[in-house]
Ligand binder design. Sequence first.
Ligand SMILES: *[C@@H]1O[C@H](CO)[C@@H](O)[C@H](O)[C@H]1NC(C)=O
Ligand SMILES: *[C@@H]1O[C@H](CO)[C@@H](O)[C@H](O)[C@H]1NC(C)=O
Ligand SMILES: *[C@@H]1O[C@H](CO)[C@@H](O)[C@H](O)[C@H]1NC(C)=O
Ligand SMILES: *[C@@H]1O[C@H](CO)[C@@H](O)[C@H](O)[C@H]1NC(C)=O
Length: 834
Amino acid sequence: MSSMFLIILSCMLLLSNSGRTTTGAELGDTLGKGRNITDGERLVSAGGSFTLGFFSPASSSSSSTSRRYLGIWFSVSDDVVCWVANRDRPLTDTSGVLVITDAGSLLLLDGSGHVVWSSNTTTGGGASMAAQLLESGNLVVSDRGNGGAGAVVVWQSFDHPCDTLLPGMKIGKNLWTGAEWYLSSWRSSGDPSPGNYRYRTDTKGMPENVLWDGDGEVYRTGPWNGLWFSGIPEMGTYSDMFSYQLTVSPGEITFGYSANAGAPFSRLVVTGVGEVQRLVWEPSSRAWKNFFQGPRDLCDDYGKCGAFGLCDAGAASTSFCSCVEGFTPASPSPWKKMRDTSAGCRRDAALGCATDGFLAVRGVKLPDAHNATVDKRVTVEECRARCLANCSCVAYAPADIGGGGGGGAGSGCIIWADDLVDLRYVDGGQDLYVRLAKSELGKDGIRQRRPPAAVVIGASIASVVGVLLIILLVLLYVIRRRQRPRVSDDDAGVPAATAAVHARPNPALAAPSINLSSVKEATGNFSESNIIGRGGFGIVYQGKLPSGRKVAVKRLTQSLVTDKRKEDFIREVEMMSNTRHAYLVELLCYCQEGGEMILVYEYMENMSLDLYIFGEDRRLRASLNWVQRLDIIRGIAIGVEYLHNVKVIHRDLKPSNILLDDNWRPKVADFGTAKLFINDQTDPTLVLSAGYIAPEYAAQGNLTLKCDVYSFGVVLLEIISGKRNRTLPTFLRHTWESWKQHEIEDILDLGLIKPEPDLLLGLDRCIQIGLLCVQQSPDDRPTMNQVVSMLTKYSSQIAMPKNPMINSRCEPSVSQVVSDTEPASHDRPGPSLN
Ligand SMILES: *[C@@H]1O[C@H](CO)[C@@H](O)[C@H](O)[C@H]1NC(C)=O
Ligand SMILES: *[C@@H]1O[C@H](CO)[C@@H](O)[C@H](O)[C@H]1NC(C)=O
Ligand SMILES: *[C@@H]1O[C@H](CO)[C@@H](O)[C@H](O)[C@H]1NC(C)=O
Ligand SMILES: *[C@@H]1O[C@H](CO)[C@@H](O)[C@H](O)[C@H]1NC(C)=O
């Protein structure tokens, strides 16, 4: 332990953090009577975690370096100041001094003895008042006369938060005094005076935390549901490190958290640009890791979709906003044309009160509950009855989901009586029951919101299709159509056997072209009812060729065709028509006529993989059982291995690019960005799908086959866990930690039934392979050939993965130390890969 500490220290020295110069004397952790702290002197908490002293903000401009503040910072990271005394009254030189009065007041004096800041302690006045900096980072003034134990605290810095919430602090209201604790941002990184952003606990209705910009509500966490805030289900994934406390008592309504034993340093901070971040210190990389950041996307903008609007961050094609079922946009024209959704949505059918029923909207951040009525003591059934009986109730939800998980029944009752505002989908979100007129509902009076399958598929297919269509158009324009017999080896006569398809492919393309009239016939003249997807680039229709074969037809929007997209399109057509494989989606034909660019694909009955593994509806998730998931992983691996064998880098592997046929066989799609490895390695166009991109590609643009291996690894782990790496900064870390500690079940998707013991072994092995694929260094990742062999031959050895999150800055010394001193990393055998 101590040797590790030494290493870390030496690592620190090597890195020579350029933080503030702390040359002055340390005065222990206590400021006693008759003593003082001058600029350059410091208090350091007993275990060394926190330091109190004078500082100038790290990134202040040169003119302000003379501004001095008294503050508390993390000793390991002295640029991170978590509390400032004289926030808005800086000292102008280094003559400041902190003294403690007989009454126990802390005074910050300037060079001429004026009080710049005072703790204003009014009670107290014991014989031996002293201020002590505790290991928690709390500066506490108490009378230490009677040995310290039981000493009455007369003042503490934790009661006067600045922009940072540390474990042990809380925000919210003291109901006795009416006082409020809240966080307020720094004005800028060089100016600790209070900025515009405040992070407060809304204590009315169902408590939740709200970020304010002046008087405007910017972002809500969603109401507390007993386990976490409704809009931040990932809080549950780091409950091994922290315990959250939402206290509702006659004395206070507050939110705080504490760190479990052994947890690293952490902090919740509201930044000067209006973000709330939860950061955790990772000693091995000596860096703060961002565990959560809110608002996380557009859908977190308060009230983005107006009253009764519903925001879906995955639905870029519909400008993110839709209406709750049973509602339509209140002003359709601005909604559609200008994407102005602020007017919200209007009820289609008037309520009949007693005859109404409820629509279940699954997987959401619950709407603003500031005006809601809460009763924790009733059951959800009673809640429903209560809502139905009161004609002003428009929606209800359980107040406490207890141990039941996101979709579980829970208990308690939240009742909304006015507009539902700020409703959005969120992975792992809760269920909300919205009152609708009987005519809008099925016979049983309760209806499920349709799973967003078609929409989501649409979005992913549409973007793919969009790109493809554009490429096709370009191709069509650029390439002269020549009559040539089609070289078709495996096709069951799809295009060739139908009169609709003309065998006149472009020499560059193995896929044949098809008449526009045939496409129109296949899709019912591009009938609205055949639309299965919409995207920024075009629309995807389902269609039927005269032979009876179902196809997916991607029609590019002509106005969006750019040179870049044309290139992508051509590339995809090339790639797809020349690479045929059971695990790759097949391009059947294309059409360029009358300015249209259209691609015709084999129809994939079950749409894309992300719908199931990230499905908000449990039944969607459960439709892929563990055996099917392992088969899908193997299929994807084989498909990508094939691509690599013919020297193609896919570059954009992700679940929305994996389509599933009617036998749930996976097929890799979207080759718009694929590259031929040998001849054009230097293309600088980066494809960045956050969450799937290999670190070396993101940082330096180094594109190799190993980039696909990394993306494949992420996809593999997502299939098994049902969680998104992109939205969960802790995803890889959590997976690694749990796997290392043999806690496989912590990784598995909870939506599925618990696997049998031997299946569990297979999943364990699979996760190990996934972890190998997401290693930081490309050299540590296996090739796809090796992956396929590991996945298909159970006798093959699998190497021991390293922590995929390890940051190489301090290596090798630190990683060396970690594995020497931490038994955990040795408790698995580590045979080498053969
Ligand atoms: C601070 O302490 C020093 C030494 O104990 C003393 O000389 C000085 O007067 C004190 N300053 C104040 C402002 O109390
Ligand atoms: C202390 O009291 C003074 C005068 O009432 C007030 O101006 C100042 O803001 C208070 N300081 C703190 C830290 O509360
Ligand atoms: C809550 O009620 C107040 C007063 O009627 C109203 O101004 C406010 O918009 C309501 N808030 C929500 C979220 O409905
Ligand atoms: C109906 O609900 C509203 C809002 O929750 C409440 O103010 C009102 O008292 C309720 N009416 C009855 C009869 O319970």
